[in-house]
Write a protein that binds this ligand. Sequence first.
Ligand code: 6PG
Length: 247
Amino acid sequence: MMSFIVNSDIRIFPTPYELAEKFAEEMVTLADEYEKAGSCMTIALSGGSTPELLFSVLGDHFSRSVNWEIVHFFWGDERCVPPDDPESNFGMVQRSLFRKIGIPASNLHRIRGESDPSGEALRYSLEVEEHTTKKYGWPVFDLIILGLGEDGHTASIFPSNVTLLESENICEVAIHPASGQKRITLTGRVLNNAVRVAFLVTGSKKAGIVEKILKSQSSAQNYPASFIVPSYGELTWFLDREAASLL
Ligand code: 6PG
């Protein structure tokens, strides 16, 4: 039975820039801990526009603060477009972060949006399994960064395909309910099997949905993001003052 968000750590910042800066600092500290422990760190990134500032801050101000050899990047979801398409989540990180840091290409586990969606969902599931550890039979990411849509979707799990929260597969093909765009997304059990899940949500447009998910439990069941409750990991909401304005 899926459970709602009951208690999660909510951190509110005055501006999106201060949020991005603090989050970048914490990512650097975390990567340092993994390096000291002699292990690699696996991070699944969110797409959309919100995390771009974080990637720019990391690339412009922390490029030499991390041993990128030990960091492996994955995606929570991708649009079914080529990497040079303006809609590509990979393309966005390539422009805002990867071209500024010396990270081995083999550490970038891109979802091939240009490939056949169902074939790619299968291929990416195998790539995730190959490069992550397992717990409870599911892959474990050290950190998953998620965004939040105004309809309560996260990754590409929309109210219209909420069954993906309980999918038996690691990745699934999804369809954006408004645009009809095909997407490939990690599914709910992978998202809830992470060591750390961080929602990054900014702007007044998101205040309503943030309030519905974090405050009024009654309506939370309509929103996929409400069901992101790591089974044993940490859940933190990073909000700017505008997104938190109704809390
Ligand atoms: C995507 C995302 C998606 C995103 C939300 C919020 O590929 O679009 O992964 O889940 O995080 O739609 O998008 P914004 O940050 O652009 O508001």
